[in-house]
Design a binder for this molecule. Structure first.
Ligand code: FAD
Length: 386
């Protein structure tokens, strides 16, 4: 495999070294127990990796999205799953870009010190799905507080976070000029909220990913927890979503390389009909094809990162990177499973676990059809299809 070193090589080496302390058995066991990889996450926090994007004045490393994406890539490339922690990176970018000085001073040093986690973002709702502007969760201002009522679904890592970034309607849809207006984002302190207006119901699912239904019943949020201006939350959340898509593209690329490494190793070692299976073109060509596609997706991922870090519009590149990378990692997963034959299904090879994990990314955080719709409408000028 080409292993060109890049300007992030030091980060890559250091993250690999940390991940090296957590062997495959650790992640396999965590998966089987449907547990949270506490020790691994603590080690990442202690080493400062999850504070990478916090400016140095607040105690972080002041790195950009490109560096953050390399951290996520390397975690997945080592066989782990950044899904346990990636929320911290993209929620951070929402707070960094749109939070007030007071909010940054209150939260960022604690996050940088590993004392506070901002792992969760609440956007999706059960009755509106991808049609985000129709969300029904409402926040009504009353006596210096916002009172929240409504429901969210698939909200991840809530039980392993201290803070949640919540998107809610502050002006009813019927009263706004444009449907993207009238929504706001808030910092929700989960310790002040769970059991006091916020109830969780975990959703058992295909991967070991802690995710929940959230029920808001007159939850009160202090007025100062509003991020940015009231009514502009949708625009702010898009910044976070572009960061999220780009980071997840990087994770898929990490997965893709992991699958190709494993497939290549096995194809060289496994001897059937008196020769390594990798000698057959029917086995080696699909691996080569998967590798080419991961490499190509990687280019778009760095393009999206560069635009984001230059504060340039990057919606198109973030979406396209996520599409290409999720497709490439899924193809690599399929090839890796096929190359291993029956052994690919054995838990001890870790392929079935990574196979399940990488499949998620064609559905969440944005499904493939929505990316096609974005490109068709915004890049190609085709009529809006919904
Ligand atoms: C494990 C997991 C973790 C998640 N974590 C979070 C989280 O932390 N926070 C959060 O807010 N959300 C989270 N999500 C939600 C995720 O972002 C949504 O599931 C995803 O955006 C799709 O929304 P939906 O499930 O409501 O699908 P729907 O909107 O119901 O769509 C279903 C299918 O129909 C297709 N479809 C719908 N409309 C159209 C159309 N007009 N044209 C073509 N195709 C269409 C979609 O592409 C999709 O394939 C998570 C989801 C999962 C599974």
């Amino acid at each position: 495999m080409i292993n060109e070193s890049d300007e992030y090589q030091e980060i890559r080496d250091a993250v690999r070294q940390l991940c090296g302390q957590f062997p495959d058995e650790y992640f396999r066991q965590v998966d089987q127990q449907r547990a949270y990889p506490e020790k691994f996450v603590d080690a990442l926090m202690e080493a400062g990796w999850l504070a990478a994007m916090i400016p140095q004045e607040y105690g972080g490393s002041g790195l950009g999205l490109a560096a953050a994406s390399v951290i996520m890539e390397e975690i997945n490339r080592c066989g782990a799953n950044s899904g346990a922690v990636h929320g911290q990176m993209y929620n951070m970018s929402t707070l960094l870009r749109n939070g007030s000085r007071a909010q940054k001073e209150k939260y960022l040093p604690l996050i940088a010190a590993g004392k506070l986690r901002i792992q969760s973002m609440g956007v999706t709702e059960p009755t509106t799905g991808t049609d985000t502007t129709r969300i029904k969760t409402a926040a009504v201002k009353k006596d210096g507080r916002y009172v929240v009522n409504g429901q969210k679904v698939w909200i991840s890592r809530v039980q392993h976070s201290d803070l949640l970034i919540l998107l809610a309607r502050t002006t009813p849809l019927a009263e706004v000029r444009k449907k993207s207006e009238g929504m706001s984002i808030f910092i929700v302190d989960l310790h002040d909220s769970i059991g006091k207006g916020l109830t969780l119901r975990p959703i058992p699912n295909m991967v070991n990913h802690e995710t929940n239904e959230l029920f808001f019943d007159n939850l009160e949020i202090p007025e100062e927890n509003l991020i940015g201006e009231e009514g502009k939350g949708f625009r702010y959340i898009l910044d976070g979503l572009n960061a999220e898509r780009t980071l997840i593209a990087a994770e898929c690329i990490g997965d893709g390389y992991w699958f190709i490494d494993r497939a290549t190793r096995y194809a060289n070692q496994r001897v059937v009909f008196d020769r390594p299976i990798g000698k057959n073109q029917g086995v080696q060509f699909p691996i080569a094809e998967a590798y080419i596609e991961v490499e190509a997706a990687n280019l778009m991922r760095f393009r999206a990162c560069a635009l984001f870090d230059a504060q340039q519009p990057c919606g198109a590149q973030a979406n396209m990177a996520k599409y290409l990378a999720a497709k490439a990692s899924w193809e690599a997963a399929n090839v890796c499973l096929q190359t291993h034959g029956g052994f690919g299904f054995a838990t001890e090879y870790d392929i079935e676990r990574k196979f399940r994990e990488t499949r998620l990314y064609q559905v969440a955080p944005v499904s493939t059809n929505m990316i096609f719709a974005y490109v068709a409408e915004h890049l190609l000028g085709l009529p809006r299809s919904f």
